[in-house]
Design a protein around this ligand. Sequence first.
Ligand code: ZN
Length: 165
Amino acid sequence: MTDLPLTFYPTPSLREPSKKVTVFNDELKKLAQEMGKAMKANKGIGLAAPQIGKNIQMTVIGTEDGLLVLVNPRIYYKSFRKEISEEGCLSIPEVFGQVKRSLGVTIRAQNVDGKKVTLRGKGLLARVIQHEIDHLRGILFIDRTKDLKGSGKLWDLVKKEKKIK
Ligand SMILES: [Zn+2]
């Protein structure tokens, strides 16, 4: 099995809202595992299904305790306290930006078996969760900041879209 190929900006699927997952079967589990592998192979800490060209509400996140799979995640609570920190994205390599995010979040989601879960995250985990949930709505980190920098072909595209001089 070869690694799943990633989709890169400006692929339209990255801009489309993803559909809710309603069927929890072996195929979904296999996809979650493969997304985890692709995430690690590309040295990422999170990967959302639209980044492999599938517009379904599933994301994987690398944590100390292993791979966290979130299906149909919703932000339930966001802390008022925010933090600005640098972000990048596997779909927009070589582009980075300072993004303001809530320091803590509580989310409700389902696991890969369809079981409902509530999860709290802070710091980097909260940031990754917010970044990945954005992906499921077709939002990219470059939409959340004007403070961007980068290099390469995609950077030229981002600069053009965002009218950055
Ligand atoms: Zn991303």
